[in-house]
Write a protein that binds this ligand. Sequence first.
Ligand SMILES: CC(C)(COP(=O)(O)OP(=O)(O)OC[C@H]1O[C@@H](n2cnc3c(N)ncnc32)[C@H](O)[C@@H]1OP(=O)(O)O)[C@@H](O)C(=O)NCCC(=O)NCCS
Length: 143
Amino acid sequence: MKIHPVAFGTPEYDELIRLRYRVLKEPLGLDFSEEDLSKEFEDTHVALYDDAYQLLACLVLSPETGGQVRMRQVAVLPEKQNSGFGRELVGYSEDWSRRAGFKEMVLHAREQAIPFYEKLGYKKAGKKFTEVGLDHWQMKKSL
Ligand SMILES: CC(C)(COP(=O)(O)OP(=O)(O)OC[C@H]1O[C@@H](n2cnc3c(N)ncnc32)[C@H](O)[C@@H]1OP(=O)(O)O)[C@@H](O)C(=O)NCCC(=O)NCCS
C-alpha cells in the first residue's frame, strides 16, 4: 500500500475525481461543477494505492482559518470498503495535517459514516443539518 498527496490538475488528480464521482456523487444523481473543482488547487489531495498502483481511496484536505483543516470527499472504492483503507487514509492525513501545523481536523459527516469517524476519535459538534439532500453532522478532532 502507498499513500501520498497528488498534484492538482494532473492525470492522477483526474483519477481521484473519477473515484469521488463514482462513490460520492453518482449515487445521488449529482456531478461536480467547474466552479467547485477550480477552487481545489489550494487543497491537498491524498490518494491511497495498492502495491500495483491501483487507486483504492482518496480524500481532500482544505485549509481553514484558526488552525483548522477540513477533511472532505472521503471515498473508498466500493469493493474495497470495510478493509481498513479508510482508517489508513485518515490516519495518514491527520499526521500530514499535524506536520503542516494544523491543530484541529473538522468535517461534515454523512449520518451513515458517523460510526466510522467515531471509531477514529472524532466527536459530533453542533446539530444535524442537511447537505446534498442527506443528514450530516459537523465532527472534529484535535490533532
Ligand atoms: C465511510 C468510508 C470512508 C469508511 O472507509 P472504510 O475503508 O470502508 O472503513 P475501514 O475499513 O477503515 O473501517 C474502520 C472502522 O470503522 C468501521 N466502519 C466503517 N464504515 C462503517 C459504517 N458505515 N458503519 C459502522 N462502522 C463502520 C469498520 O467496521 C472499522 O471498525 P473496526 O476497526 O472495529 O473493524 C467508506 O466506507 C466509504 O467510502 N463509504 C462511502 C462514501 C462515504 O460515506 N464517505 C464519507 C462521507 S462523509
